[in-house]
Write a protein that binds this ligand. Structure first.
Ligand code: AP5
Ligand code: MG
Ligand code: ZN
Length: 217
């Protein structure tokens, strides 16, 4: 399946992507994770992207589109993929459509995870991530077994640099202005599947499965 996960910062895209990609055996492609890895490694891409992530703005479309196309050309994406955090602008969505059309392919569905804005700030400020393996936790809603330590790999959990109150509110505004028009874009194309993301994490996963015609009980 070729899927896109849409939703505001903190909606649970990364959390659900981990579960969905495992169940469908397709790669989880997160542009945010790719940028953060490039920044950590100090690559030219990382140096270019760093200021945008820090401020909560979007990396320019031509940089992001090139990065994603290169990733989608890898052999593990031939049977499908799950995009998380891309596309984020109408121009990115059009570039993805054109790229897929050029290969005689198309998206199967766009899963839009909706969460009230008031909940997003609490989710993001309470988020903890494992820089070693990428696992995501929440101090209240999804705590690790031992505080500050990753269940999966034992790594030290950290807070993302853009999860401060100030940057979160900037990211939410950027989402409303630049990304939320994609809801209408995909609805028009009959691809949109709206999911209530305010439920508990396992309930959201079940709802995603249902929207894709699968029983993940
Ligand atoms: P990115 O990394 O994509 O960040 P984002 O879209 O802001 O989304 P988040 O990762 O913050 O949230 P999420 O929806 O994944 O939620 P999560 O599952 O972690 O992008 C970062 C930056 O990179 C951008 O600002 C931009 O600069 C750049 N960038 C990336 N893509 C780009 C693009 N295409 N174009 C240009 N620039 C781009 O969950 C959040 C928290 O809530 C966690 O603590 C989790 O445990 C908890 N939680 C999850 N689900 C639930 C639930 N159901 N109930 C309670 N708690 C929950
Ligand atoms: Mg994420
Ligand atoms: Zn870990």
């Amino acid at each position: 399946m070729r899927l896109v996960l849409l939703g505001p910062p903190g909606a649970g895209k990364g959390t659900q992507a981990a579960a969905i990609s495992q169940r469908l055996a397709i790669p989880h492609i997160s542009t945010g994770d790719m940028f953060r890895a490039a920044i950590r490694e100090g690559t030219p891409l990382g140096r270019r992207a760093e200021a945008y992530l820090k401020e909560g703005g979007l990396v320019p479309d031509e940089v992001t589109v090139g990065l994603v196309q290169e990733r989608l050309e890898q052999p593990d994406c031939r049977a499908g993929f799950l995009l998380d955090g891309f596309p984020r602008t109408v121009a990115q969505a059009e570039a993805l459509d054109a790229w897929l059309a050029g290969r005689g392919e198309k998206l199967d569905a766009v899963i839009d995870i909706e969460v009230p804005r008031d909940d997003l700030l609490e989710r993001l400020t309470g988020r903890r991530v494992c820089p070693r393996c990428g696992a995501t936790y929440h101090v209240r809603y999804n705590p690790p077994a031992a505080a500050g330590k990753c269940d999966a790999c034992g790594g030290e959990l950290i807070q993302r640099a853009d999860d401060t109150e100030e940057t979160v509110s900037k990211r939410l505004d950027v989402y409303t202005r630049q990304t939320s028009p994609l809801i209408a874009y995909y609805r028009q194309r009959g691809l949109l599947r709206e999911i209530d993301g305010s439920q508990a994490i396992p309930a959201v996963t079940l709802a995603v499965g249902q929207a894709l015609g699968r029983d993940w009980q």
